[in-house]
Every structure is written in structure tokens, then in C-alpha cells.
Design a protein around this ligand. Sequence first.
Ligand code: ATP
Ligand code: MG
Length: 232
Amino acid sequence: MLEVSEIHTYYGLSHVLFGVSLSVKPGEIVCLLGRNGAGKSTTMRSIMGLTPPHNGTIRFKGITCTGQKPYLLARMGMGFVPDDRRVFADLTVGENLEIVQRKKRKAGIWNKDSIYDFFPPLRKIDSRRAGFLSGGEQQMLTIGRALMTNPDMLLLDEPTEGLAPLVVQLLEQQIRQLKETGLTVLLAEQNQNIALGLSDRGYVIDNGVIRFGGTIQELMENETIRQKYLCI
Ligand SMILES: Nc1ncnc2c1ncn2[C@@H]1O[C@H](COP(=O)(O)OP(=O)(O)OP(=O)(O)O)[C@@H](O)[C@H]1O
Ligand SMILES: [Mg+2]
């Protein structure tokens, strides 16, 4: 589904990713783990075309799409939930979803109603302005908005960061449900408990370099990697 090979990404002159490679197969949940500043978001942004890599290649569904514009990637079936949970603050929850529906990429299971079935707390606040939502509600809305495009793959950047334990639990359950619909997910996380519980495979990034790639079982057994590069 996704193949990232040897990408190097810069912010201005600052070299941030050093030959990052990873792959995600159809239907998998793959996590990208790493501490603060390790390069998780930059990897996501590189894939989504927001900070295109200088070197290396990215292939999505067999098509080379390195440096492609974000809206074209979205049209190809890539959904992105950035870490900032940005919503249209002056629009209501319902309007935030409808605005995506109008330029929807293709037919599929997701529409406003099925998003509300999926995240029941959102239905109750359909007409509330999105600027007044809690962190958890905002996160459900940003995920819902990405789903409205009926993507084949979802990039989720630290969806549970800073949220209350109950909300984290709900999101965890719902991400597992997404896998059951056949959606492919790349999940960036600092919180290894959540990521390891959800994922099929994982990568560990540190200082812009991939230090580990393997199954969750292998990662659990690799004390050295976990102690050196992850917050335990
Ligand atoms: N817009 C930017 N301009 C310059 N440097 C940046 C920018 N955004 C990130 N960086 C730097 O790039 C490196 C990787 O940051 P990135 O945001 O990808 O890490 P991260 O793993 O997502 O961290 P976090 O867990 O805090 O979200 C860091 O050293 C960071 O300071
Ligand atoms: Mg980040």
C-alpha cells in the first residue's frame, strides 16, 4: 500500500530525516514510534507532500508520488490526521463534516451519519461550534473528517496525545474497528502502550533515523531498542 524508501527531508537548511524507509501492507496497522522530536511528524508530513523529501521515493498503491501535492494524494486515497487537531472553529461539528462531503473523493461507507454512528459523542454536539469542543471531541472530529473522504489509508499522528484515559480507550477501540473495515493505518505514537496494543508491525525512529523495524513481538522482546529509543 505504502512504500517509503530512503527519504531525506529538510526544514530549510536543517536536515531532519536521514534515509527513512518503511512500508505498510494493505490492511495493516503499522506504528511509528519515537520520542519527542524524533521525526515522526516529519515522516508523516513527507508522505503527505507537506514537507516533500529532497531525496528518496514514496510509492502509494504502486504509484510513485514523491513530492505530490497533498490534495492529489488525498484524491488518491490517502487520509491524514495531523497532530494539531485543527478544525474550522467557526463552523459547527456537522458543517465541519459536510464541507468534506461536498468534495468527496468517492463513494464508500463513510458519510455524516455513519461517522456519528462510529463516534456517538459527535452526534450529540452536531450543532455546536467546533471551537468549543474538548480535546477528545476535536480528535474524533478530525478523524471523522479524514474518514469522510473514504480513504484507503489513514496517517494518524499521535491521536491520543494529551487526552483523558477514557477518551484514549474509546479512540483505541475505534482505531481497531477501522482496521476491521479494511482500512490501512500508519500510526505515529510516543505512547508505546497504545501503539503496541493496536499494531501489527512497528518502526522506531530516533534523530531522523529508523533504528528498528519488525513485528510487535520482536519489538517487545528487544529491551535494548525500547530502553534506548522509547519512553518506557
Ligand atoms: N517547522 C519546523 N522547522 C524547523 N525544524 C522543525 C520543524 N518542525 C520540526 N522540526 C524539527 O525536526 C525534528 C523532528 O521533528 P518532528 O516534529 O518530526 O518530531 P516528532 O517525532 O513528531 O516529535 P513529537 O513527538 O514531539 O511530535 C525536530 O528536531 C524538530 O525540532
Ligand atoms: Mg510529532
